[in-house]
Design a protein around this ligand. Sequence first.
Ligand code: GUN
Ligand code: ZN
Length: 433
Amino acid sequence: MVQIFSGDIAHVVADPFTHGDALQIIENGAFAVDEQGTILALDKRDRVTRRYPDAVETRFDGWVLPGMIDGHIHFPQTFATAAHGTHLLDWLERSVFPAEAAYADEDFARSAAETFVDQLLRSGTTTALVFGSQFPGATRALFQVAAEKGLRIISGLTLMDQGAPDALLHTVPQAEKLSRTLIEEVEKEPKLHYALTPRFALSCTAEMMTLCGELARAYDGLYIQTHINENGEEIEATAAAFPEAANYLDVYDRFGLLGSRTVLAHNIHTCDAQLKRLGETGTAVCHCPASNFYLGSGIFSLKRHRHHGVPVLVGTDIGAGTNFGVLEELGSVYKAQQMQRLSLNAAQLLYLGTLAGAEALQMADRIGNFAVGKQADFVVIDTAEDPGLRLRLGFCHNPEDALFTQLNLVRPHHVRATAVAGRLHQPRGHGAV
Ligand code: GUN
Ligand code: ZN
């Protein structure tokens, strides 16, 4: 059975930082989707309905955008948001490690996974690169719930062998055994992918990072995720722990952890040598502005990353971040770049939340926009029940202007539906029009 989804469609078909015409808006548009969730056609609604007269149509009164892609979020911090702490290291110790320890309980972890996946879908996210729990049962529950509810995730066991309470640590042989088991389980599910997840240099010995490099070489298609250059004290402590490394990035480079399937969160306090090496190796960096504001970490320079050709995607970094969805995070992206005199437009914001994420995660052949042949992952924004926002949008000059305003003002309660591969999630029980 072919399905048609219709509404006001917006997506980017190229990189809008280099292509002025990358934003495509189709008012009263539609796309047709086959049973596998693959997009068959994208056009004005009347043309698509004429071409597929027997299709079942779901019509939305609002914007239909590609599903958002979250490049950095922590599953075991679902219930650690807005916890007090001074800066990164103090916050980790006082608020985060105790919260993460609760995931040892498998019943709790299963219900946390349901909450986490539901929250992502409700916020308009359809793909997420997720720091899993240190506890294999909890990380397995996350993969299972994501598969059941249809969310695309890349995740893996958070690996630490020092610098945290014992309950959160693994020995290197344990880490190897647990990682191999989970990698082999995950490989069987098409929407699930595994990421080796050494937390950051300070929580991993050289042996743990060597293991990550070896596993990355042993299995095809694995991702690697970790943190870098977030906070001054963290950077100083890392330099002291790895005196042989030229800089923070070089710590990871020496263990073979850089490349086009690696995502490093933050990279705020960086330098040209590190940016150059990121560009050379195709390593992506995830910008998480709400987290950076919350922890007082600093302000990420999109301009400098782009100048060195570093792929950049956007993440919420729950629990340091305070937005569960990338859709809402885009308003913080805008403000963080405004502080540095870079005024992003609607196309650039939308790109950062969608196609840029797909490109950075090597998934642009499947997701990121509504090109024919890709999967129908989308989010529907409906402001019908927000008269104030409706009035505000009435003052917009054209659809692009309205899209820009919405990308700054959208909140999760405006998300009417989310779909992954054409499978609809309608969180608040709305029927489509
Ligand atoms: N660096 C190491 N661990 C973390 C974490 O959990 N959150 C953030 N924001 N930075 C980190
Ligand atoms: Zn993080």
